[in-house]
Design a protein around this ligand. Structure first.
Ligand SMILES: O=C(O)CCC(=O)C(=O)O
Ligand SMILES: [Fe+2]
Length: 193
């Protein structure tokens, strides 16, 4: 499988792994069944509420801290378990939790960041499933500034692994061109002792 990154990490894009009909059905089921909440974050000591909605699910009641707030994982839904299993089969990796994001329109995005919180397994794979609006996804090397962009299609799978989180940043740029919602699932591995 081709690596989208030129060095210092591995990103594989599998393209669409569902038919448009199946992807539509998952989009609708996830909209209805996930406990979507506005994300609360503390940035420079100020409490802010994001327009984007989020949810956090897992094998156990894992605690996960991101954007300076701690959340407790909810129990898997039927659809999430199916999607976790499929992501595991396709990527050949195992996951024990999932962070979901709902972007209502293109005006909602996610700023440059890397996913290397303490709770996550070091250099663990992250599998990303996308449903709904096609959006650009961008990578930037932390020291050289090298850039790589790709598009995440409706019903597609992408995996980030190796040193990607340590040596690269990624973001979902906001865009005025997209007027419809997108759901993203990132399956991750929380460290267990
Ligand atoms: O929405 C996306 O495609 C990316 C989300 C992301 O980077 C994250 O949840 O950490
Ligand atoms: Fe991320």
């Amino acid at each position: 499988m081709q690596n989208l990154l030129p060095f210092d990490g591995i990103v594989n894009y599998y393209g669409r792994i569902f038919t448009p009909e199946t992807a539509d059905a998952y989009f609708n089921r996830l909209m209805e069944t996930i406990q979507w909440r506005n994300d609360e974050a503390v940035i420079f000591g100020k409490r802010i509420i994001t327009k984007r909605k989020v949810a956090w699910y897992g094998n156990k009641e894992f605690a996960y801290t991101y954007s300076n707030a701690t959340k407790t994982a909810l129990a898997w839904t039927k659809e999430l378990l199916e999607l976790k299993q499929l992501s595991e089969e396709k990527t050949g990796e195992q996951y024990n939790s999932c962070l979901l994001n709902l972007y209502h329109t293109g005006t909602e995005g996610m700023a440059w960041h890397c996913d290397e919180e303490r709770e996550l397994k070091k250099n663990g794979a992250i599998a990303s499933l996308s449903f709904g609006a096609e959006r650009k996804f961008a990578f930037k090397h932390k020291t050289s500034g090298e850039r790589v962009d790709c598009f995440l299609e409706h019903g597609s799978l992408l995996v980030m692994k190796g040193t990607t989180q340590t040596l690269w940043l990624h973001r979902l740029p906001p865009t005025k061109k997209v007027l419809i919602p997108r759901i993203n699932l990132t399956f991750r591995t929380i460290r267990e002792h």
